[in-house]
Design a protein around this ligand. Sequence first.
Ligand code: UD1
Ligand code: UDP
Length: 386
Amino acid sequence: MKLACVVGTRPQLIKAAAAWHALRRDHAPRLIDTGQHYDEEIAGRFFRELHLPPPDRQLGVGSGSHARQLAAMIDGLEPVLLDEQPDAVVVFGDTNSTLAGALVAAELDLPLAHVEAGLRSFDRRMPEEINRVVADHLAQLLLAPNEQAAANLRAEGVGAGNAASGPAAEGWRRARVGVVGDLMQDLCAATLPHVRDHSAIGEGAPEDVRDLGLASGEYLFATVHRAENRAPDAIHEWLALLGALDRSVVLALHPGTRRAMDECDCVIPPNVHAVPPQGYATTLALQLHAAAVVTDSGGVQRESAWLGTPALVLRGSTEWTATLEEHGGRSALVGRDATLAVAALERLAPRAATPGSAIRRAAEAVVSPAGADDRVSASIAAWLGA
Ligand code: UD1
Ligand code: UDP
């Protein structure tokens, strides 16, 4: 089947890369890149590192207000999908590229599959929540990463016989929900053996990380990029939080966050070492060997849970509640509250127990493949054959 896989951002390149081998084995996938992310350090490098082929179509929309960015994506996608005439459109996750792919597929009456369907933070102030709700209600094939996401869809009436496709819908139009596991877990499992050795954050790491002279368990790894954490007040708050943790923090800065920090008069605390965004394997290595992770990223929340690294989540809610539960209490939602964060860090990664616990964890971590790649591909084949 000819599949138009719409991507645009770092996590979507990573998810598409995780699925690509299975999709290419079973189908004829085409990679349509909206160009939402365009900088080498958060886009280009992942094609090479994760062996994703260059995009078949590059829309080059770039940045802008959400409305302008979305409009440019829709404008660019429509002629491309009309020209490609795919058997189905596949969208991943919850970004503006996901929403644009879903809207244009629906408008052109093309079969639509949503990978990572059903996640809910129940916070509609987040653009991602709007994007995933709309994509879920437009898609006919809803591939949920876990049972909880599937239950969220059922609670909204999405699935066989739902209001959107109509109780009498047949073939691909009949909405169906499948639990397929998490593509990012597959990639994490495959990459873990390559970063287990401490050299992945030392002599084997890119220069900007190698130069920090990191030792296992003696630093925290942080990423921050949510829109809510880019407001000037929020930046001051989470920087103060990182300062209050009073341990060495490696902060891999998304270029959008760096820009927002440059625009506000912020002072980076002396224990915080800002580095550019890193490649996939180095980011996994930095999580594995850290005493704890501090993040607002959906992907990093899950990866740290799979690796067993304690996590402080810089948000008030999360759509990855199932991951938090699986993490057995080693993740804490702390928002931007420094007092909560300091207490959670001492509870989850007590200074006295590190680096010993981190060294043991890195040596013993086991991540099982989820098999999501094969299940995504097989579910699409079954759906389109129906
Ligand atoms: C987007 C997604 C978010 C996802 C994240 C992954 C939406 C609404 N948000 O957030 O869900 O978690 O990607 O990283 O789709 N910028 C650059 N270089 C780039 C791209 C962006 O400097 O290559 C800067 C620009 O200043 C831009 C800002 O980052 O205005 C925000 O970019 P945008 O694509 O709007 O959203 P992200 O914050 O990256
Ligand atoms: N990531 C990366 N380099 C970084 C920060 C994150 O490769 O400097 C990876 C991370 O390991 C995970 C994915 O990017 O696999 C998560 O993407 P991101 O945080 O941009 O978006 P989200 O998951 O929040 O949508």
